[in-house]
Design a binder for this molecule. Structure first.
Ligand code: SAM
Length: 205
């Protein structure tokens, strides 16, 4: 199933995505990305079942697998087939699907990651509910997303403006996101320390 608000944009953007995302990480979202990746690496156990939602061209998956001999059981999901087609080198199951209706049984994963994906949704609640449903009790959901926090430089402000204008995503109210995650069923929500127009969060299920 597809049907994402922004999936059309990403079908087209797959070819140029890598460059523009690298710029975003370098000047605006890098701290949040580091906090997110650091947390995921600490949480991963040998053989962990990991689902990367809105995997894009596989940036997060490649970095998580880099230097890792944990033998994780990785599934990648994205609504844009063009994006998934850039992930064929990654040892993972690839699924074309929508985060609002994940095609998995309840409690299927130990860890769910979603980097720069939730802000593509007009309403993140259906996706959050799905994230909690497919993560087993005791598992974690690791998120990083564009958030309504101050940009630290003029270039970060400019990039923020560009992302908003392009329709690729919105800047989510990070404190409200914490409440929404609790409403979706997360037992505990941790906001990770970082600066810039982004937030990283761990939801304990
Ligand atoms: C900004 S990219 C993030 C990609 C990747 N996680 C990264 O860190 O580079 C957003 C991704 O969300 C995907 N997406 C948008 N709406 C979606 C939906 N409803 N379900 C699944 N993926 C979706 C897009 O196709 C795109 O690949």
């Amino acid at each position: 199933m597809t049907g994402a608000e922004t999936s059309g944009i990403y079908e087209v953007a797959a070819r140029t995505y890598s460059q523009s995302h690298a710029r975003w990480l370098r000047f605006a979202g890098g701290e949040a990305q580091c906090a997110f990746e650091g947390a995921v690496k600490v949480l991963m156990r040998p053989g962990a079942r990991v689902l990367d939602v809105a995997c894009g061209i596989g940036t997060v998956a490649r970095r998580l697998l880099d230097n890792s001999d944990l033998g994780i059981d990785l599934t990648l999901l994205d609504s844009a087939q063009n994006m998934l087609d850039h992930c064929t080198d990654i040892p993972a199951v690839r699924v074309n699907g929508c985060m609002k209706a994940l095609p998995f049984e309840d409690n299927s994963f130990d860890i769910l990651t979603c980097a720069w994906g939730l802000e593509t949704q007009r309403n993140p609640c259906p996706a959050l509910a799905e994230f909690v449903r497919v993560t087993r009790p005791g598992g974690q959901i690791c998120l990083v997303f564009c958030a309504d926090r101050p940009a630290q430089s003029w270039i970060a402000s400019l990039l923020r403006h560009r992302v908003s204008r392009s329709g690729r995503g919105t800047f989510l109210d990070h404190l409200n996101m914490k409440r929404l995650a609790q409403d979706a069923g997360a037992v505990r929500v941790q906001l990770l320390h970082c600066s810039g127009p982004a937030a990283a969060m761990i939801l304990h299920v």
